[in-house]
Design a protein around this ligand. Structure first.
Ligand code: ZN
Ligand code: ZN
Ligand code: FE
Length: 757
């Protein structure tokens, strides 16, 4: 007796070879029926012997195509019908959707083999792809994900490509971006004015130009890169001066994993991450002497490297050990995607442009990840990760969270899925603000979600707060910055209820109007209380202090030494020559434009200045990163701190630690010892705080979040010490610990608040 079973699969099940996979399984088990893409998932009906269906069923999960991500399977037995075969039925669009759009993935090994096979019809064709690899999100106009709804719609398939596309047994069956040299996109080379240069092979010419120290703008998967030869210091320096980018490290693309191992000390987990289909930039420890120019990451112990992820990259990197591949934009503006836009916006930076005619429709910067405690952690979640949802344990109403101000991403919550947008960046320029609006409409479109609730930060001055208020009026939900950080960490770890939340951060608007950033919270998804914080200190001149960390150091020295601070500052050579110290004294005394802060990020800045590493910063986090670079871990220095109790809150005073650092520095102790001692003592201070909070509340779970935990030394030491003391510790893996993760926390917080009403 035959039976018939109907399945509905949702999640990432389209454009990843799911239908041919089901087709093959059905045929192999002699089942009849059909498979069909719908906008709410993939529907499968199979009919045959119960044992055969059982076999079919058990193989689905075991043999899933590599890029598929099934979130839900519903299945029920239905009446049998009269049919003879198994078929793939064409897509059909209906209203309700829960099909997830796939991110873009790196060129797979099967495609690479063809790329370098002289006998293959796609030999050296830079747009080779299949159902397991290639562009997805970045070429999408609308859903469902069919060729007609992508920027490939303008390339009619040639007969050979069509045959592959329509053959269920072919690995290019319904590979929407399928193309070949006959029918697909083509490269061209442009001069600095955007005029096409006639050349037989734009790739050969590009390689030639790069060898001659030129700066090339190269159109990639989610946007343009600016490229120079990474082994050529003159070329790297030219790029720096043209981009007005003094010191911020450039990411490099390295030929292959063997070369990467020559440039950096790679742990097995880092190798795995570099080689993953997501191909993020991985921040790794650079080796001392390498072929790579020192101008790429001056003063840093880490280097951001990635491996080629498009066929074009593979062809270019054949001739180089490594290329600088940095997002093509003017400082603080979003990455360029359109050919004309690139020529216009990169005028004066790029010497030549290597472009193609497959339009990029969605901006997607390279993602960045680190490995800490042997686990990958995403610190910028964009290409190849977005818009893959973070799966939550609870379901919520439709919510749009707009995030914060810096390193921003937005989040759409729909049922139990949190969809984070590609990286948007700092909301400071008109271009970035346009990009925010672009991202809102993109995310609403691809998730088919009209939000019922709009969430933003508490900061009245953030652009995202203003947008949210315009969208939702009085109904806007606001979530405190550091609470959002902690809820973000809880959400991705699928935990709920009260935890001790350590939000160690740069800047966030506090409920008392101060700049928070060294917070010990007792938090759950809906609310928090402040159990403790780092003792407030003055941020003299506000923003000015953030750009010139010596001012923060001055403020802390003044707290410690009173009026004598200037003598100490002089001995430390802390103050730049032209600085007007009596003016600074007045600013501090009268608190002119000088907020109080509890920010740990700013303490790092101050320590970095005291150690003479940096009195001015040219990018956010620079001082802290340079300080981390001196961490060796080889120390048993334990520096003092104190904890006071005020208004039922524990106040962590780090001034004794700063004082100790000053005195040791003046005695000539090494940077390595002091930087290591500072990290380790800070973790001891965290421990003292969390022990007090545990004693008071009985809470044993700790969530770590905030930008400071991008510091691997701080993160690893915190986790290991806390675990050793019996705490259960949660940290970020899937979403950034920095402000790129707060939209998730905002969304879940708003969802939890409304569900609990
Ligand atoms: Zn492929
Ligand atoms: Zn073709
Ligand atoms: Fe933050």
């Amino acid at each position: 007796m035959n039976i018939r079973v109907k399945y509905l699969f949702s999640g990432i099940v389209q454009g990843v070879g799911f239908r041919p996979f089901i087709y093959r399984l059905a045929i192999e088990n002699s089942l009849t029926g059909f498979v069909q893409n719908r906008s709410d998932g993939v529907v499968v009906e199979v009919q045959g012997k119960p044992e055969a269906i059982k076999k079919f069923d058990s193989r689905i999960k075991k043999e899933l195509p590599p890029l598929a991500n099934v979130v839900n399977i519903s299945k029920k037995e239905i009446p049998i019908v009269d049919e003879k075969s198994f078929q793939i039925i064409s897509s059909h669009k209906d209203k309700q959707a829960s099909v997830h759009i796939t991110p873009d993935y790196a060129t797979c090994n099967d495609c690479l083999k063809e790329l370098f096979d002289p006998k293959d019809r796609r030999y050296r064709y830079p747009f080779i792809n299949c159902t397991n690899c290639g562009p997805r999100l970045t070429i999408i106009k609308d859903i469902p994900y069919d060729r007609i709804n992508t920027s490939m719609s303008k390339f009619p398939l040639c007969p050979e490509c069509r045959k592959e596309y329509e053959d269920p047994s072919n690995r290019r069956f319904h590979a929407e971006p399928n193309a070949c040299p006959v029918c697909g996109p083509k490269l061209s080379l442009l001069n600095e004015n955007g005029d096409q240069i006639s050349c037989p092979d734009p790739i050969e010419s590009t390689i030639d130009l790069l060898k001659k120290e030129n700066i090339l703008a190269i159109k990639g998967l989610g946007g343009f890169h600016l490229a120079v030869d990474a082994t050529n210091t003159d070329a790297v320096k030219r790029l720096r001066s043209r981009k007005f980018r003094e010191a911020k490290p450039f990411a490099i693309m390295v030929k292959n994993i063997e070369h990467a191992s020559k440039i950096a000390e790679l742990m097995p987990e880092e190798k795995e991450l570099l080689l993953s289909a997501e191909r993020p930039i991985v921040l790794v420890k650079k080796k001392l002497k390498t072929v790579i120019s020192d101008a790429i990451a001056p003063g840093m112990a880490n280097l951001g490297i990635m491996l080629p992820y498009t066929p074009l990259h593979h062809l270019l990197l054949e001739k180089f050990d490594a290329l600088v591949m940095t997002s093509a934009n003017q400082t603080d503006e979003p990455i360029c995607i359109d050919n004309n836009e690139a020529v216009r916006r990169l005028q004066g930076i790029a010497d030549f442009f290597l472009v193609h005619n497959r339009d990029i429709l969605v901006r997607c910067d390279d993602s960045i990840a680190i490995v800490a405690e042997k686990k990958p952690r995403i610190v910028r979640r964009s290409r190849s990760f977005s818009p893959k949802p973070v799966i939550l344990k609870d379901s919520y109403p439709n919510i749009l969270a707009l995030g914060g101000q810096l390193k921003n991403t937005i989040c759409i919550l729909k049922e139990n899925c949190a969809f984070l947008s590609p990286y948007i960046g700092d909301m400071e320029t008109p271009q970035a603000r346009d990009f925010l609006h672009e991202s809102i409409s993109l995310m609403e479109r691809i998730t088919e979600c009209k939000p019922d609730l709009i969430v933003c930060d508490l900061h009245p001055g953030y652009y995202t707060t203003q947008v949210a208020q315009k969208m939702a009026g009085e109904n806007v939900i606001q979530v405190q910055h550091h609470h959002a950080h902690i809820v973000s960490c809880m959400a991705e770890n699928n935990i709920s209820g009260d935890v001790i939340g350590l939000s160690m951060d740069g800047t966030g608007y506090g409920e008392d109007g101060a700049v928070w950033g060294g917070e010990f919270l007792i938090a759950n998804e809906t609310s928090f209380t402040r159990a403790g914080h780092i003792k407030y200190f003055l941020l003299p001149g506000g923003e000015a202090a953030i750009h010139e960390p010596w001012r923060i150091a001055a403020s802390l020295l003044q707290d410690i030494y009173g009026p004598d601070w200037k003598d100490i500052a002089k001995k430390l050579k802390l103050v730049p020559d032209k600085a007007n110290l009596s003016l600074l004294d007045t600013v501090m005394e009268k608190k002119i434009n000088s907020p109080y802060t509890s920010s740990l990020g700013r303490v790092f800045d101050a320590v970095s200045a005291i150690l003479g590493l940096r009195s001015k910063v040219s990018f956010e986090g620079q001082a802290a990163m340079e300080l981390e670079a001196f961490f060796t871990g080889k120390t048993d220095l334990s520096m003092p701190f104190s904890i006071l109790e005020e208004n039922n809150q524990y106040v962590l005073d780090l001034c004794p630690m700063i004082k100790d650092i000053v005195e040791r520095r003046l005695r000539g102790e090494s940077l390595e010892a002091l930087a290591s001692g500072f990290h380790i003592s800070l973790v001891q201070a965290f421990m003292a705080m969390v022990e007090k909070i545990r004693k008071k509340t009985g809470l044993n779970g700790i969530a770590l979040s905030g930008g400071c935990f991008q510091n691997r030394a701080l993160l690893q030491k915190s986790i290991s010490k806390m675990k050793a003391s019996g705490f259960e510790v949660f940290s970020h893996h899937l979403v950034p610990t920095n402000d790129g993760g707060i939209a998730l926390g905002q969304a879940v917080c708003a969802g939890a608040r409304t569900s609990k009403k």
